[in-house]
Design a protein. Structure first.
Length: 507
């Protein structure tokens, strides 16, 4: 396995994604929290960083257990760090070193640069530059503006590059990583979805033995894949609970429950709609709504878990981005914009041990594991849907009538996207019920009814997003259908805000 030491670069997770695309397992750890058992790692990669090695705030990793012992690849900040503190010199650069550049020199006969064409495009993003290489360094590559673009240390398997191999714009970046990991560090490329399933099932069987496990299914990709994986390992000892909070999409509870049963899962559907709607009555603040829903979910789930005699474990569909410890740029905690409550969701009183079979996986890897487990594409391709469901898409207070209206609108919109072959091209879509009545005219009648906003976004992780340029003909058709079919709505608008500065959900 590969260790990626993070110095706070925005690209660190991308390095991990690229390594895993090569079917090699890797982990990200903060530069100052070296994992134990360092000798178990076959290669180490140092990430970039927003800091300068010349500043007082420079981050100082302790590389004594790594250098000259384990093959090491230092990227950007890493490359500068090695240079600056091993006899070289780093200084502010005089020329612009952001964006595209081309390799103008590549040293011949180097494994590291094998099959990398002369002139290959690389992506630079740094304000300091390496003026003098460290002791015992051999120059491996240059660009027109950056002489010391890549070097290695003689007598060690230590390599350093100033550009970012992990970003898409470095055309041969993946090949370089492959050269380092496979040709130099001699790693096998055998970490595949199939091998992950096989190993995880073994581990789960050893860990869980004959214990009973409870898992909350949400209809989403992560909890579904976690359930199928656990089911494969422990069969009927996995007890799934699927709660209807009354805020799901139209008919979602019934159809998803049926699908789960069809997959052989031991699943109990619990219709707690009334309980959630009661808890939400009269609340219009978004964070208060989330809290009311969170509390109700915990109560319902706890009641249900108590019915399972002698249950020992709580399974969760936590994925890797939720557990990576980040190196913060300011050192302080980041502001809570919205209280997503998926991480560490174990209420004290449940006292169950936690099992998280997906916690090493990125989202796209969860899907690939899902495919390897034979899960239907209708589940794996489902858009993300927030835990509080339609409650945060109904602006203001919630009533069952508003839920009904929004379910109808959402269903026309989503089915329309599917019919027009747009659904799979979009990351997430949904409708918002606005607390706005406006005047309309239907036949000879004046109407004074609700306005809904449609939202469809492109994104990779929900952190940033852009609105989708849906065809006008589609918008025209869907707006017509909504107003004609859904009683209580007389106006449809389309949200053309990106995130940031807006967010995906309206609350
Ligand atoms: P925002 O609105 O913050 O949404 O741009 C980013 C992603 O997170 C989802 N989201 C939530 N998911 N509980 C959840 O489980 C929540 O309270 C919540 N709020 C937003 C949203 O659907 C989008 O995918």
């Amino acid at each position: 396995k590969v260790l990626i030491l993070d110095f706070g670069s925005q690209y660190t997770q991308l390095i991990a994604r690229r390594v895993r695309e090569l079917n090699i397992y890797c982990e990200i750890h903060p530069y100052n929290k070296m994992p134990s058992g360092i000798q178990d790692y076959t290669a180490v990669i140092l990430s970039g960083s927003p800091f300068s090695v010349r500043s007082d705030e420079a981050l100082h990793p302790d590389l004594s257990a790594i250098r000259a012992r384990i093959p090491l690849l230092a990227v950007c900040y890493g490359a500068q760090y090695l240079a600056h503190f091993s006899g070289g010199e780093v200084a502010p650069s005089n020329t612009r070193e952001y964006g595209r550049a081309n390799l103008s020199y590549i040293k011949e006969g180097e494994l590291f640069f094998e099959n990398i064409p002369n002139n290959s495009q690389v992506w630079m993003s740094h304000s300091d530059t390496i003026k003098t290489l460290p002791t015992n360094a051999i120059l491996l590559a240059s660009t027109h503006d950056v002489k010391n673009a890549a070097y290695k240390i003689e007598g060690e398997q230590t390599y350093a590059i100033q550009f970012h191999p992990e970003v898409y714009h470095t055309t041969d970046g993946k090949k370089l990583l492959e050269n380092f990991l496979v040709k130099i560090a001699k790693l096998d490329q055998d970490w595949t979805p199939d091998s992950f399933v096989e190993e995880t099932v073994d581990e789960l069987q050893n860990k869980l033995g004959n214990d009973k496990v409870v898992l909350g299914l949400s209809g989403g990709v992560d909890s579904s894949v976690a359930a199928v994986l656990l089911h494969k390992a422990i069969g009927k000892n996995l007890y799934c609970i699927f709660v209807n909070n009354g805020l799901l999409r139209k008919n979602e509870f019934e159809s998803v429950l049926e699908q789960y049963e069809g997959m052989g899962l031991n699943v109990k559907g619990v219709d707690a709609s009334a309980r959630f709607l009661n808890a939400l009555a009269g609340i219009d603040d978004p964070e208060e709504k989330r809290k009311a829903i969170g509390r109700s979910f915990i109560e319902v789930f706890d009641d249900e878990a108590h019915l399972i005699e002698d249950v020992k474990w709580l399974a969760q569909g936590t994925i890797y981005p939720d557990v990576i410890e980040s190196v913060s740029a300011t050192g302080g905690p980041s502001a809570t914009i919205k209280s997503h409550h998926n991480v560490g969701g174990l209420p004290d009183f449940m006292k169950l041990k936690i099992v998280e079979p997906l916690k090493a996986l990125f989202k796209d890897e969860v899907r690939r594991v899902g495919i390897s487990l034979g899960i239907d594409s209708s589940i794996l391709g489902r858009h993300p849907f927030p835990g509080p469901g339609l409650a945060i898409r109904i602006l203001g207070d919630i009533t069952s009538e508003k839920v009904r209206i929004l379910q109808e609108v959402d269903s026309v919109f989503i089915n329309g996207l599917k019919e027009w072959d747009l659904y799979d091209k979009i990351w997430q879509a949904g409708a918002m019920l606005l607390p706005v009545n406006s005047v309309g005219v239907m036949g000879d009648e004046r109407t004074y009814e609700k306005c809904v906003a449609l939202r469809a976004v492109e994104s990779t992780d929900g952190m940033t997003a852009d609105w989708v340029n849906l065809p006008y003909e589609f918008l025209q058709k869907v707006s017509n259908d909504i107003i004609n079919k859904v009683k209580g709505v007389n106006r449809v608008v389309y949200d053309i805000s990106s995130k940031p500065p807006a967010t995906i959900e309206w609350e």
